[in-house]
Design a protein around this ligand. Structure first.
Ligand code: KE4
Length: 423
């Protein structure tokens, strides 16, 4: 008899392409069907069939406080009872913007949008408008959302589904995107040598999270800063994943490197659709209506999402990031050791409350080395762990996330499940 989840998936495939509203959720690369979720709380989710899952996807990053955080829920419900959307300014937009600036002082001015894609797309348009230049440099395997120019050698779902390039992106647009391997400053310098006066910006995930986790090599981020300054290009840190995660103040704070613009998403909305871009006032002043670079959004600064974001950041400001990082490192390290004891080659990349287990003995420092990992073994690992009630990312090119809601017992349960896996 098919489960409720299977029935929903069958129905979904008749109305939603692939049965999902975002490709990576379809679980195609890990050889099984997605589970439909009824509810979530803390570190757990429950499927429509009532099965409990210990969650390490956490909505792909937003739920750093855990699912259904009471303070976030209360704030969102209060806002909702006062109206879901005004199409006019509201105090919460100002409060969240000021809170972001307090936590990330280099974001002197911000603009709210409704997704990470909107944030990165708008930040690049601003960089082009501010510099008068056309080209954008990104890194192989980094993912900055699905705006046309970013779908060149992108990570996340694009890498997961092995999509070489994306139909629908005209060459004229794709050709404006320059590439370099992650952590390869020499390649970046060469691109600047060749195109320096036409590069509007370098956009980088300061800790790559969409080819699995890849940490910046020592000096990499500062090297990008120096090259951008030298050639008059803007440096954009895409902190949609890392913002408020690798430190409260994000990668800019953790690594002490100041970009010109930062993009945020995920955590900033506490599970509601919020994105944000911001940076130096002299640059942001170019955004309409204060300047000529146009960007807009019906639900930008939505009062409910803003209330959830404010509650989220206020809660995060009280959390012990060092303790969560220490627990996550110990947990991920023990998980890797358990898999090695089964005879599997494993490279573990972990930072703060995010990690990726690559089934390869090669150190993973860029997209090329990430691709040496054995996807079939990851798929088997994913399926068995899910069978034991542990929800990992349904792609080897993503990260696992812990949260402030994960208890020591939760981590022990996940390790017990890993010990039962037959690989
Ligand atoms: P959204 O448009 O999905 O809110 O954000 C795009 C984005 C931008 N920048 C970075 C660094 C990101 O990681 C993302 C989105 N992340 C993926 C998962 N790694 C979203 C999951 C999905 O596509 O369903």
């Amino acid at each position: 008899m098919s489960s409720q989840s299977q029935s929903y998936f069958e129905r979904a495939q008749n109305i939603l392409p692939g049965g999902v509203n975002s490709p990576v959720r379809a679980c195609k690369s890990v050889g099984c069907d997605p589970l439909f979720i009824h509810r979530a709380a803390g570190s757990r989710m429950w499927t429509v069939d009532g099965d409990e899952l210990l969650d390490f996807v956490m909505s792909w990053g937003p739920m750093l406080l855990g699912h259904a955080n009471p303070a976030v829920e209360e704030a969102a419900i209060w806002a909702l009872k006062n109206g879901a959307s005004f199409g006019a300014p509201c105090p919460a937009e100002v409060e969240l913007g000021e809170l972001i600036r307090e936590i990330m002082p280099n974001m002197e001015m911000v603009r709210m949008v409704s997704s990470g894609t909107e944030a990165t797309m708008s930040a690049v348009r601003l960089a082009r408008g501010f510099t008068g230049r056309a080209k954008v440099l990104k890194f192989d395997g980094c993912y900055h959302g699905h705006s046309d120019g970013f779908l060149v050698s992108a990570g996340s779902g694009v890498a997961t589904l092995c999509i070489p390039g994306t139909p629908g992106v005209p060459d004229a647009i794709a050709n404006l995107t320059l590439l370099a391997p992650y952590n390869d400053l020499g390649a970046v310098a060469a691109q600047f040598e060749a195109h320096g006066d036409d590069i509007a910006c370098v956009i980088v995930e300061p800790v790559a999270g969409n080819v699995g986790l890849i940490a910046p090599a020592p000096g990499f981020l500062q090297g990008l800063r120096d090259l951008c300054t030298k050639y008059g290009a803007l440096l954009i840190f895409d902190e949609v994943i890392t913002g408020f995660r690798v430190a409260l103040g994000g990668a800019s704070q953790r690594f002490g490197v100041t970009p010109d613009l930062v993009t945020l998403g995920k955590i900033i909305g506490g599970g509601f659709p919020v994105g944000c871009y911001g940076g130096k006032k002299e640059i942001m002043a170019h955004i309409a209506p204060s300047g000529p670079v146009y960007q807009a959004g019906t639900l930008s600064g939505n009062p409910v999402a803003m209330a959830a974001g404010i509650a989220t950041l206020k809660q995060l400001a009280k959390q012990d990031y060092a303790a969560l990082e220490k627990r996550t490192a110990a947990f991920a390290g023990e998980m890797a050791d358990i898999l090695r004891a089964k005879g599997r080659k494993v490279t573990l990349n972990q930072m703060a409350s995010m990690f990726t287990l690559f089934f390869t003995e090669t150190p993973v420092t860029d997209y090329a080395t990430a691709k040496t990992a054995d996807g079939a073994v990851y798929g088997e690992f994913y399926r068995q762990m899910r069978g034991f009630g542990v929800n990992l990312a349904p792609s080897g090119f993503e990260c696992a996330f812990t949260s402030f809601a994960h208890t020591d017992d939760d981590l022990k349960k996940a390790l017990e499940a890993a010990r039962k896996v037959q690989l």
